[in-house]
Write a protein that binds this ligand. Structure first.
Ligand code: ATP
Ligand code: MG
Length: 415
């Protein structure tokens, strides 16, 4: 179905708009078709800013490389060439019709195709299968994508079970899109997401792909939608077998949405703590191949979540802050500030921030140093023990962090 539209691109910054038209004209002039396709068309129809502009064309990778000055052969085997035009980066992919998928992720054979219709058929969801001709202002929507976008529905192009069996990542993408777009998954599509064979297929995807999708979903406000889709379809237990059978309650899910402006690692910490997986967080996160930095942050945030009894005892606050400073050094203040919005739920955050910015917390902050201790006759292990004692003193009374006072503290009694 062809629909003539007023320009979808008029809201874009002028240079980007011009560059998109330039790509289309260059291909057209050489007799090739050229369409914007996928997420960008979907986002433009929704009036949302789109990040990536992907093009599809009947030109072959060799043609694309010879037509544009600056290109990168990103995925030649799959027909994708990246084109650089000034500051803009576009991915141009030759029309494809994908063959069988035996590894649950990559088609065994990619065959180039001469028709846009075939290319649209291989795409996952109706909302992602709309093409737009930027020169003629024509939308090609063979699968009812425009209506589904209007009705905010995620459904596969073609039979859901079949499409999920071709590529195991699609089920997880559906859960992720339910959060990022705030769409409902259609009944048929969701039914297939619960299917045992579909689960077997999804299980085979590389765990990094699963994790990428989870982090993408977590960066949006309605993470509750992704989590409940993952829970209700049973997909979550394929990757986290420790996950409890009982799903989270609506109330707890909505609590997670309120963390919207906080770092993804904090959201994971909160999510895991709600479902009682906090003790297993490290092993789950390493199995899911989270980065070392993310694992460390999740652990710190879990400690903060556990430390949520309102503390009037400043010694405890300082001791806790010193652990954070010991781990993150100069980065601890920005890290904790990143979750300072959370103070309504964790009453200690403001105090921790205050402590990190003004209290002596670690050995480096003390008014005496190793040389002072050596001069006083401390050796080996004694030095560490003495530092720990001094730290306890200054956590109790930070005003005692003065050289004369601490020199008196470390003074060895004459024997
Ligand atoms: P986002 O806005 O998150 O980037 P997107 O729809 O652009 O969403 P991409 O992963 O960038 O998603 O993929 C671009 C397009 O490629 C999709 O819109 C879809 O048409 C197609 N596509 C991507 N992954 C798959 C897949 N696993 N199976 C089928 N088609 C896919
Ligand atoms: Mg995209």
């Amino acid at each position: 179905m062809k629909i003539t539209n007023t320009s979808l691109l008029s809201g874009l910054p002028k240079p980007l708009h011009q560059n998109i038209l330039k790509v289309a004209r260059i291909l057209n002039r050489s007799g090739f078709q050229c369409f914007i396709v996928g997420g960008a068309v979907r986002d433009l129809l929704m009036g949302r800013p789109s990040k990536d502009f992907d093009f599809t064309t009947d030109a072959r990778p060799g043609d694309i490389i010879s037509l544009f000055n600056k290109t990168i052969p990103t995925g030649i085997k799959h027909g994708t060439v990246t084109v650089l035009l000034h500051k803009d980066v576009f991915e141009i992919t030759t029309f494809r019709s994908d063959g069988k998928y035996s590894d649950a992720r990559h088609p065994d054979s990619v065959s180039f195709s001469d028709t846009l219709n075939e290319d649209l058929l291989r795409r996952d969801f109706t909302m992602n299968g709309i093409a737009y001709d930027p020169l003629e202002n024509i939308l090609i929507d063979n699968h009812g994508g425009i209506d589904d976008i209007k009705n905010r529905i995620i459904q596969t192009i073609g039979r859901a079970e079949e499409r999920f069996l071709e590529d195991g990542l699609r089920t997880i993408r559906a859960c992720r899109f339910s959060a990022t777009l705030e769409f409902e998954i259609s009944e048929d599509t969701f039914h297939a997401m619960k299917d045992r064979k579909v689960h077997e297929r999804t299980k085979q995807i590389a765990v990094e792909r699963f994790t990428d999708e989870i982090f993408k979903g977590l960066s949006h406000e309605k993470i509750s939608r992704m989590i409940s889709s993952l829970e209700e379809s049973g997909l979550i237990s394929l990757f986290i077998p420790e996950y409890p059978d009982k799903n989270m309650t609506e109330e707890k899910l909505l609590k997670l949405d309120r963390l919207f402006s906080l770092p993804e690692t904090f959201k994971i910490a909160k999510w895991f703590s709600i479902v009682n997986l906090d003790q297993k967080a490290r092993s789950i996160a390493s199995r899911l191949k989270f980065s070392g930095k993310n694992i460390k942050e999740i652990e710190t945030f879990l400690n903060i979540i556990r430390f949520s009894e309102p503390q009037s005892d400043l010694f405890k606050i300082r001791k806790f802050s010193s652990l954070i400073k010991g781990q993150y050094g100069e980065n601890s203040l920005p890290l904790i500030q990143s979750i300072s919005d959370y103070s309504s739920v964790n009453p200690n955050i403001k105090k921790i921030i205050h402590s990190l910015s003004s209290d002596p917390l670690v050995i480096k902050d003390l008014a005496v140093n190793g040389t002072d201790l050596i001069n006083e006759g401390y050796r080996g292990k004694e030095i560490g023990n003495q530092f720990n004692e001094i730290l306890e003193i200054v956590w109790k009374s930070p005003e005692k962090n003065q050289k004369e006072i601490l020199l008196k503290v470390i003074k060895k009694t004459e024997s």
